[in-house]
Design a protein around this ligand. Structure first.
Ligand code: SR1
Ligand code: MG
Length: 421
């Protein structure tokens, strides 16, 4: 099928169409014995699990439209090209943290990759009250390594500029983020939805909140203008698969050169949304331990991120920025540490802004989170969402004067307990 015109796969056609792909045959044997299921539950693509005996592979294929909305919203197939190239770079920058790629077919916009089993989507695990013990460390390391090593702090400038140009073409997926994350939540955009009527008053308040609108646009400005590193671009808990022993980051089709803080803010927003949603998942008993786990996860993940970023700063700073020739080589290690502190501070402040808007868009925009959506009692869901919306507003608007996670998580606890309304 190499070189033939794009055609979406189906459960019925997959074996016949991919049966001659060497990487698939090598793992799965004769296609006559393949068992095929379509399991895509994301917003955009087809995802097939193909099994034979005890072996399995994933085939992910882009559709020429947004699956969540339908053919009325066309979307370029080229996103699988960006996903493939992002996966290869992430695999080199943090080995073992993304699924192995076995085959890429650009014309068919499909990637054949490792079948992660018995992994589950992290969001699902958190909704079920599971506490995967390694996520904070694995994700802190992943963010530090991919964000540092994709930037001008580390890469040869010619190579980085070539990558910047390559990923700059991911225009339509950036456009989704630019509109859905930073703008749509703050006006009556056509595809918006929220828990109604319970949130109506809160939504009206947010849409007339000048400070919040300015904060959201400042974050959009940064996202659009600060081409700092290759970000994953959609690093939420639905883009992570886990077991107790392993953490994998999947789905980097939104990859783009953007601020380092973007991935960190997205991820932390999703931890905080999981925190505020726990009230809605207490049918099996109290979720106090789960809430404590999520707070600890933000703290451990941030401290791992800072630690690894600092280690890389001291040992791998080979790019054009903050050259050693200006600092360490002149006996000014303190100057280099001062610059590191400034950079980590900027990531911290921007992370809070990105986290705030990510929380808002998952409650007010098109693409919602199962953390809240799976709460059937709409009054209870709205109560959880209201706390999250208030939290998002506080951290985004006040980001420059918030000094640490103790303060942010203190706010989360006070909103959760009702001490702050
Ligand atoms: C129309 S796509 C909506 C959302 O799904 C993806 O996972 C991204 O988060 C995007 O914003
Ligand atoms: Mg995705």
């Amino acid at each position: 099928m190499a070189g033939s015109a794009y055609e979406a796969l189906t459960v019925e056609t997959l074996a016949a169409r991919l049966g001659s792909v060497a990487a698939m045959r090598g793992t799965l044997g004769d296609p006559a014995g393949w068992r095929v299921r379509e399991v895509g539950d994301g917003n955009l693509n087809l995802v097939f699990i193909v099994e034979a005996g005890n072996a399995g592979l994933i085939v992910k294929q882009a559709l020429p439209y947004v699956r969540l909305v339908g053919e009325s919203w066309p979307l370029p197939l080229k996103r699988s090209f960006f996903e493939y190239h992002a996966l290869t770079r992430q695999a080199a920058r943090d080995p073992g943290r993304v699924p192995a790629v076995l085959h890429f077919d650009e014309a068919q916009s499909l990637i054949v990759m490792e079948f992660l089993t018995p992994h589950v989507i992290l969001r699902r695990a958190l909704i079920e009250g599971r506490m995967p013990p390694k996520i904070a460390r694995d994700l802190g390391l992943f963010m530090a390594r991919t964000l540092f090593r994709g930037s001008d702090l580390s890469m040869a400038t010619r190579e980085r500029k070539a990558d910047l140009a390559l990923f700059a073409d991911n225009v339509e997926l950036c456009d989704i983020t630019e509109n859905l994350v930073f703008s749509d939540p703050y006006f009556e955009a056509e595809l918006n939805a929220h828990t109604t009527p319970q949130l109506d008053a809160m939504v009206a308040e947010l849409r007339t909140d000048r400070d919040m609108k300015v904060a959201a646009q400042q974050m959009k400005h940064l996202f659009a203008a600060k081409a700092e590193t290759l970000v994953h671009g959609d690093l939420h808990t639905g883009s992570i698969m886990v077991t107790d022993e392993d953490t994998r980051v999947i789905d980097p089709e939104f990859a783009f050169y953007a601020p380092m803080a973007f991935d960190v803010g997205m991820l932390f927003a999703n931890f905080w949304m999981a925190y505020f949603s726990q009230d809605g998942h207490e049918t099996g008993g109290s979720r106090d331990a789960m809430r404590a786990f999520l707070i600890d996860t933000t703290e451990d993940c941030w401290s791992t991120f800072r630690g690894e970023f600092s280690r890389l700063w001291r040992s791998e700073r080979t790019g054009i920025l903050y050259q050693r020739s200006l600092f360490e080589d002149r006996g000014d290690a303190l100057g280099s540490e001062q610059a590191l502190d400034r950079i980590l501070h900027d990531i911290w402040v921007d992370m809070l802004g990105f986290a705030g808007v990510e929380i808002h868009r998952r409650i007010l925009g098109l693409a919602h989170n199962a953390d809240f959506e799976s709460i059937e009692d709409r009054d209870l869901r709205a109560a959880c969402e209201t706390k999250a919306l208030k939290f998002g507003r506080q951290i985004a608007v006040n980001r420059a004067s918030i000094h640490g996670l103790a303060e942010v998580n203190g706010l989360a606890r006070r909103l959760q307990s009702g001490e702050v309304a």
